[in-house]
Design a protein around this ligand. Structure first.
Ligand SMILES: [Zn+2]
Length: 422
């Protein structure tokens, strides 16, 4: 039988979530330990370690790994194994000073006021935050949401092995799609898949995403539609609505046995190319042999070139990852080609014009922006069927109808095409 790609740097997954039977005793112990508050990013990283998505990490990283990763994508503590973004835990100087080396501490999620795990503190250190930001985000601009979080984190880092005690609200709140890597791997194996392409999603799935998924299925055994669950910006579509819309698309336009839908709990850093590499590492852990990397993957604003996240896979040392990127260009429906197409295939450069009533007014490439789409839907206007299947629009419309206060979405100058930022 063909086999799935192994986890990153390990023959087996290394979930750090303590077995259920041992958790109560550890919780009791944790109640007496000093509490280290975690930011939402740190909490989400801890859960990723808990479920084995960050295999082969043992806990929050020390200085040598922090530096090795920033400068060379390498973890000295693990034979210089490839890793793209430091996974660290911050603490104030006061708190760090109060903790002795080898002392155990409780890891505290301040958002839910829950103890999420314990850590044996083996190292306390400070970092050059600007250096981390420049290396990871390619900028130190404080307007960048990922940079902002690093610059705002407390001045010390604490490192050490962790025991994870909770996956927070994810397993209950996203019961239909929340998956741990061992679960996705089991399903892939049951289906007899060996090559699986992950499709990263954090917005509703429209025809352009479906097109990527169809292409992936042509070249792999199946596609794993893997979406971000958790915190949202105002105006974003909640995960349960996105899940329903994906189901509608998959049930009507895909061979169901070739598609699996799943959700993962990591917070976005918007680190563009480096984040694409982190997405690749944890997708490999989920059992995926390929990751679809589109235009401006995991980017924000204008910080990254549209294909930086594809190019970086050629810039890292050979053999860093077993997973391979499936680099895809910007995709759309073309009225001249009469089909879905991409910048790589379609020779018609004019943009299709859709007016504010949702009517096609001419031109070729339909690059409907999320902004215009939300405006059309929130006003009950027709969305071009070439952009999105009616089943998907129906579900999104039902969601907008339930909103008591519709989100005011303003059109901006790129709304008919230029703005495809996710
Ligand atoms: Zn065309």
């Amino acid at each position: 039988m063909a086999k799935l790609v192994p986890p990153h740097g390990s023959d087996v997954l290394k979930p750090l979530l303590l077995p259920e039977a041992q958790r109560k005793a550890e919780f009791d112990k944790a109640a007496k330990l000093k509490k280290v508050p975690m930011t939402t990013r740190e909490t989400s990283d801890l859960i990723m370690m808990g479920i084995g998505a960050f295999t082969p990490l043992d806990g929050f990283m020390g200085y040598a790994d922090w530096k090795g990763i920033c400068d060379h994508y390498q973890m000295p503590s693990k034979n210089n194994l490839f890793w793209p973004i430091p996974i660290t835990l911050s603490a104030t100087k006061e708190l760090a000073d109060s903790i002795a080396l080898n002392e155990e501490v409780a890891l505290w999620d301040t958002e839910t006021d829950a103890i999420m795990g314990t850590m044996k503190v083996t190292e306390k250190y400070t970092i050059d935050k600007a250096h981390e930001c420049q290396q990871v985000f390619r900028t130190t601009d404080k307007e960048h949401p990922g940079v902002q979080k690093v610059m705002e984190q407390a001045e010390f880092n604490l490192a050490g092995p962790v025991k994870v005690l909770s996956e927070s609200y994810y397993p209950e709140m996203f019961a239909d799609i929340y998956q741990r890597p061992e679960e996705s791997r089991k399903i892939f194996e049951e289906r007899g898949w060996s090559t699986v392409a992950a499709l990263q999603l954090r917005n509703p799935m429209h025809n352009s995403h479906a097109y990527l998924a169809w292409i992936a299925i042509e070249v792999c055994d199946g596609v794993y539609i893997h979406q971000l669950v958790g915190k949202l910006k105002p105006g974003d579509i909640p995960a349960e609505v996105r899940v329903k819309a994906i189901d509608a698309l998959v049930n009507n336009y895909f061979r169901k046995e070739r598609v699996l839908q799943g959700g993962y709990p990591m917070e976005m850093r918007y680190a563009g190319p480096r984040e694409a590499l982190l997405h690749a590492v944890f997708r490999q852990n989920y059992g995926c042999s390929h990751l679809i990397v589109g235009r401006d993957h995991a980017g924000v604003g204008d910080y990254y070139g549209p294909f930086d996240a594809q190019r970086i896979f050629n810039e890292i040392p050979i053999g860093s990852l077993l997973l391979q990127p499936l680099a895809m260009d910007w995709t759309f429906y073309c009225y001249e080609c009469g089909t879905m197409a991409s910048m790589k295939t379609c020779p018609h450069e004019s943009k299709a014009v859709i007016d504010e009533e949702g009517n096609y007014k001419g031109g070729a490439r339909l690059l409907l922006s999320g902004t215009l789409l939300r405006k059309l839907m929130s006003e009950g206007k027709p969305v071009p069927k070439e952009f999105s299947k009616p089943e998907v629009i129906k579900i999104l419309n039902e969601y907008y109808d339930t909103l008591e206060e519709k989100v005011e979405v303003k059109l901006h100058k790129f709304a008919t095409g230029g703005d495809q930022k996710k």
